[in-house]
Design a protein around this ligand. Sequence first.
Ligand code: SOE
Length: 405
Amino acid sequence: MDTNRPLRVGMVGYSFMGAAHSHAWRTAPKFFDLPLQPELAVLAGRNEPAVKRAAQKMGWAETETDWRTLIGRDDVDLIDICTPGNTHAEIAMAALKAGKHVLCEKPLANSVEEAEQMATVAEEAARSGIFAMCGFSYRRTPALALARRLVQQGKLGTIRHIRAQYLQDWLSDENAPLTWRLDKEKSGSGSLGDLGAHIVDAAQFVTGQKITGLSAVLETFVKERPAGGDLVGLGGQGDSAPDAARGPVTVDDAALFTARFDGGSVGVFEATRFALGRKNAMRLEVNGSDGSVCFDFEDMNVLQFFDGTENTESAGFRRIIVTEPEHPYVGNWWPAGHGLGYEHSFTHQVVDLVRAIAAAQQPEPSFSDALQVQRVLNAAELSSSAGSNWQPVETQPSSIRSVVG
Ligand code: SOE
């Protein structure tokens, strides 16, 4: 690809994730030197007045009301998928087959079968220089990227424990209304896929180890909710309708599991939307033979580090404020101490994606990486429905698997 060219983006969906991605596409070239210049070319959504309003607000030049028309356009290079999970597979595979790069929101799909097909199509496309990436944005939070760097530098020694939580509370009110996130047909699963997928990716990203098996408990605390919630956004916040007719919640409210990793460590995972008072507590603690790291997204500019090789008399968790220019991604932003926010990880995602595409290299996480996360989610559902039976998880990439299988 000619690196002086623009990268013309077509995005499908314009709700919460659409807004975060639009901000990232707009902002990335203003703070980072990019080899291709992203253009917010076309925004697609089914409701014409709404998509036009969103396009104007978020800076998109044109709109389409059918994603198929968007994919058929010659003046679009990349398709960014910000829609509910039940549409990911069809849009992503059509886009890749039409020669468009793809960025797809997490979790990759609503089933392992769909994710396998997507990974296969993505591997084929990559052979002709067309790339696909899944949007596990939290790995681009500087403190988590620093945690990975410390692990790679050997500062933690042999990793033994991985403790991951993703705690939100927006469903604690049993009158919080139904949204698409509570409908298994659309979302695939509940806390498990929405939140659990993030901590599985983050844990594996930071430690470099893959989950090989798990035992899970999934629970739906509130089985019916008032219908008529915000069908595209988060919902559940201040717009309760207790008198409205109630409909079924078909996904898990909370997902917990213990896991083993291929590097010999053991892990505990918890994802819930019922942790009252916890708004976006995406937490990760890793304990090794020589050190530990601890992260909480509610204090996202900080990484706690314990150096077990120090004199025990003065040792203790050190609070690293991850805003120094030498910290991952931070040098392109503000002076030390002037923290970053939720939206920055999406901007970093765009930066890494654009650089990989320009260098004709596979961006990470690939669809094959996201397929492996999908296998973990699937194993958790199988385990929970079989009385928490141990479920093995395949770790090998999709292409190897199809040759073997
Ligand atoms: C909703 O629970 C949600 O928006 C997730 O879907 C996002 O991936 C996460 O970043 C914040 O919470």
